[in-house]
Ligand binder design. Structure first.
Ligand code: UDX
Length: 440
């Protein structure tokens, strides 16, 4: 009798970025009527004509399948007119103080002033603890006391966002009244994962704490890698065996040139700023961030030493630009620091990435774009793997050794097998493992 359609709602999603589009498409898939609103005309036009402006696994087909009850608009009033629930999925970039810039959230809240018909406003954007209380007060002032407020943070990893929405480890719902909590839980009917219900402030903190701990695990693995380099241990063996302890687990301990992306850097700075604003110095997190800042710089220094202390007049192939494989996102990618460092040391940089299309601005405008890894490595004095694209495992490395001016690879993601690379004649450097030198 009570099919899933019983809880069908009309949802307005603000923001057609990674999170907003995935949220909108997934809610439509769950049977709700969804309108997604964005301020970028070009983005909305692409979506209206059936295109998808970002690369995210499964998203294009989900949008196409649900075209009947998933629409896109530039017009905020139109989006809100028939909505029962508003989802706020706008971005909250870092400000110079490290705090999150909430201006886009406030712009959305401003457009809701006359929306007395709403049942609830839910914020998915990552925000400092206490934001919900401020939004609540603003809504109360605007005469929206009867409209519920919820914090419903996302834990989606790019590239797996649709799966993370439909089959999450948990759905966190923070609401200070039971009706709103129930409403938001009902919207998720059909989602395969447990619901963790709590007050708004705690929900806001869960997101920041989870990302900080994940970033901590990676920086810890990177610290261990550095000590492995100094002592002759092999970090891959160490991390594997450490991860077999069920209390620790194997995840997020892959050493490399550091974490990037739209979340970890911004959210760790936001949590540090939040603590600092309260007069508390979050020293552990400060170190986690510092370790990550140093990771790409250390890689460049090691490579420079190997090249005899100079990059000037050397050509370096930079393999992988995206902050991780499976995405075209370059936000706060280690590749940006690596390319900038190489250029400022006077190197010629030839870069390759299978998905990243738009590389117009600095530092990329000063690099040469190549269509294949082999093209990037032609005549190069060194290659540095920055993103662990699976394609890089299939490169004809024997051929690469021939076409490079010098067979030197710095594997910033420990993607390749050192013995194999040495057998092909490479000097092969990686993170937390001994450098191997092939016979040329
Ligand atoms: C992350 C969180 O996983 C997600 O829950 C949150 O909502 C947003 O931030 P995302 O940024 O998409 O998601 O990517 P993720 O796969 O978590 O990787 C983040 C960064 O850490 C990447 O730069 C990746 O290369 C790096 N990383 C990850 C490592 O260096 N080592 C690891 O072991 C894991």
């Amino acid at each position: 009798m009570s099919g899933p359609m019983l809880g069908k709602r009309r949802i307005a999603v603000f923001g057609a970025g990674y999170i907003g589009l995935v949220t909108g498409a997934c809610f439509a898939q769950l049977g709700h009527d969804v309108v997604v609103r964005d301020i970028q005309q070009e983005r909305v036009e692409i979506l209206r004509s059936g295109g998808v402006p970002i690369h995210e696994d499964g998203l294009a087909s989900l949008i196409a399948e649900n075209a009947e009850h998933l629409t896109f608009t530039l017009d905020a009033e139109e989006a809100v007119r028939d909505a029962e629930v508003v989802y706020v999925c706008v971005d909250t970039p870092s400000t110079p103080s490290g705090d999150a810039d909430l201006s886009r959230i406030w712009q959305v809240i401003d457009t809701l002033r006359d929306a007395r018909h709403l049942m609830a406003v839910a914020v998915k954007s990552t925000v400092p603890v206490g934001t919900g209380a401020r939004v609540r007060a603003e809504m109360d002032r605007a005469g929206l006391e009867h409209v519920g407020y919820a914090s419903n943070p996302e834990f989606t990893a790019e590239g797996k966002a649709v799966r993370d929405f439909m089959r999450p480890d948990r759905v966190v719902i923070g609401a200070d009244d039971p009706e709103t909590a129930k409403l938001i839980a009902q919207l998720h009917e059909g989602v395969d994962g447990p619901i963790a219900q709590m007050d708004v402030r705690s929900a806001e903190m869960v997101k920041l704490a989870a990302n900080a701990l994940l970033a901590t695990k990676i920086s810890f693995a990177n610290e261990i890698a550095t000590i492995c380099e100094a002592t002759g241990a092999d970090v891959e063996q160490v991390v594997h065996a450490v991860g077999l302890d069920h209390r620790l687990g194997p995840h997020f301990m892959r050493p490399g040139v550091g974490w990037g992306g739209s979340c970890f850097p911004k959210d760790s700075r936001a949590l540090r700023a939040l603590a600092g604003n309260a007069g508390y110095s979050f020293q552990l997190l400060t170190s986690v961030i510092e370790v990550n800042d140093l990771q790409p710089r250390r890689a460049i220094q090691r490579l420079k030493d190997e090249l005899g202390g100079v990059f000037h007049n050397r050509t370096v192939a930079l393999l992988g630009v995206a902050f991780k494989p499976g995405t075209d996102d370059v936000r706060e990618a280690p590749s940006v620091i690596i390319a900038s460092r190489l250029l400022s040391e006077g190197a010629d940089v030839r870069c390759w990435d299978p998905l990243v299309r738009q590389l117009g601005s600095a530092p990329w405008s000063s690099t040469t774009r190549c269509a294949t890894p082999l093209e990037a490595m032609t005549g190069a004095d060194a290659a540095i793997i920055v993103t662990e694209w699976p394609e890089l495992q299939d490169v004809a490395w024997g051929e690469a050794a021939e076409i490079m001016a010098r067979p030197l690879v710095f594997d910033g993601r420990n993607l390749l097998d050192p013995q194999r690379m040495a057998s092909l004649g490479f000097t092969y450097m990686s993170v937390g493992r001994e450098t191997v030198r092939g016979e040329v």
